[in-house]
Design a binder for this molecule. Structure first.
Ligand code: FNR
Length: 176
């Protein structure tokens, strides 16, 4: 078994490259893995006043049950997608915020040659109010990601696989 890792993919599409990267990271983590969906209603205080939506409650329970959290975050116009910000805003309203104190790793895959670097940096700042323990290194930024995965969804480049293995090894260590 090993520690429990929760994967959150910022892309909602079925063929997401970030989901492929997330699954590669999960294999490198070598523990129990589950993914929770970020397909949530848009945060709205009026909706919140009617009760926490079931999708948000499911996400919160998945986060609470995990020992570590992995964000696989695309870059949309140089920033994380709205789905990620929306999920963080919902979670911030729960008492306690289930993210608090969790070790977190961030990986990004993007078409651009920077591999989603700005999205990753902005996500790090977005996580500050949530009081998580984000790993600073190694940065995993898969550039030109459309050509980096084979037909089985495995990373082709030894360099990226080594970075991912190091990051996930450090995340596993942070669970102790
Ligand atoms: C993109 N893409 C993109 N890529 C990048 O490197 N920098 C960027 O700022 C953007 N902006 C952007 C905006 C929007 C709305 C879309 C749909 C796409 C391309 C992006 O990296 C590519 O589509 C990835 O494959 C998206 O991630 P998933 O869905 O494959 O995980």
């Amino acid at each position: 078994s090993g520690p429990r890792l929760l994967g959150l993919c910022g892309s909602l599409r079925a063929e997401s490259l970030n989901r492929k990267l997330m699954l590669e990271a999960a294999r490198a983590f070598d523990g129990e893995f589950a993914e929770a969906s970020l397909r949530l209603p848009l945060f709205d205080e009026d909706l919140e006043a009617q009760g926490i939506p079931a999708e948000v409650a499911a996400l919160a329970a998945a986060v609470a049950g995990a020992e570590a959290v992995l964000f696989a975050c695309p870059e949309y116009n140089k920033a994380p997608p709205g789905a990620v910000k929306n999920a963080l805003d919902w979670l911030s309203r729960l008492k306690p915020n289930p993210l608090r104190g969790k070790p977190v790793a961030i990986v990004t895959a993007a078409d651009g040659r920077a591999g989603g670097e700005r999205s990753q940096m902005i996500l790090r700042w977005m996580l500050v109010p949530h009081r998580v323990e984000p790993l600073a290194w190694p940065e995993v930024l898969v550039a030109r990601a459309g050509t980096e995965f084979d037909a089985e969804g495995r990373l082709k480049s030894e360099r990226y696989r080594a970075q991912l293995a190091e990051l996930m090894g450090r995340l596993r260590d942070a669970c102790r």
